[in-house]
Design a protein around this ligand. Structure first.
Ligand code: DC
Length: 225
């Protein structure tokens, strides 16, 4: 059987992970959430009082950071930081900006690149992030750039944080989203941008189930399934 790779990129809160997870289920592909990998490095910086914007300090810490991605019996992706399962902690709202800041450093991106590529070599994957279609898997079978309006993304993020038990007011959530959009798309290395051969999917006016169907159709068409 052919190995298929689906790259999903887009700004924070566009619904990449929920949709990608759902597609992985529909197609039987492995789901890889690459943001979780950057979040794990962000968590390390947070716990060790390292300024996440300080390229030198973050780069110097890399040899002490062992990041592993495993799949639990629940089939879900777990992140290990030096052997400790940090899957829950990396979702804390304060870690989002840390992840965004550490992800701007070239050394961090290089450190994580091969690990991400390796996951797509032996099986069909659906991978979401910011630079999957442009840098990590430039030859991906299907590339989708998923987006939604800023306000809608902030609303969705707020709901998600509420469900996780770490609620945040709307204005603060919107400010975080804006800050991350700016950081992620203005960094010199692997900035967030739509790959030339990516299909744009804007879900502002779509329900979740409509977005699922739209994405499934795109994948079927583009991958010839
Ligand atoms: O997808 P997320 O919100 O969990 O990602 C957290 C941060 O990690 C995001 O703000 C930018 C960074 N990131 C990245 O630079 N490249 C990726 N492929 C995925 C995430």
């Amino acid at each position: 059987m052919n190995i298929i790779s689906v790259a999903i990129d887009g700004p924070s809160g566009a619904g990449k992970s929920t949709l990608a997870r759902s597609m992985a289920g529909r197609f039987g592909f492995l789901y890889v959430d690459t943001g979780a990998i950057y979040r794990t490095i962000g968590l390390y910086a947070w716990e060790h009082q390292i300024d996440p914007k300080d390229a030198e300090a973050v780069t110097a810490a890399l040899p002490e950071i062992r990041v592993e991605l495993t799949y639990g019996e629940d089939g879900l992706q777990h992140m290990l930081l030096n052997g400790r399962d940090v899957t829950g902690e990396i979702r804390l709202p304060q870690i989002s900006l840390y992840a965004s800041a550490v992800s701007a450093h070239p050394a961090v991106r290089t450190y994580l690149l091969e690990m991400q590529r390796q996951l797509a070599r032996t099986r069909s994957v659906i991978m979401d992030g910011r630079d999957i279609g442009t840098v990590v898997l430039p030859d991906a079978t299907v590339k989708i750039y998923l987006t939604a309006s800023e306000t809608e993304r902030a609303r969705r993020r707020m709901r998600e944080l509420e469900e996780r038990g770490t609620p945040q007011p709307f204005e603060e959530t919107l400010a975080d989203i804006r800050q991350r959009d700016y950081n992620d798309s203005h960094r010199p290395v692997a900035p967030l941008r739509q790959a030339e051969d990516a299909v744009l999917l804007d879900t502002t006016d779509l329900t979740f189930s409509q977005s699922e169907d739209a994405m499934e159709q795109l994948i079927r068409e583009r991958a010839g399934l």
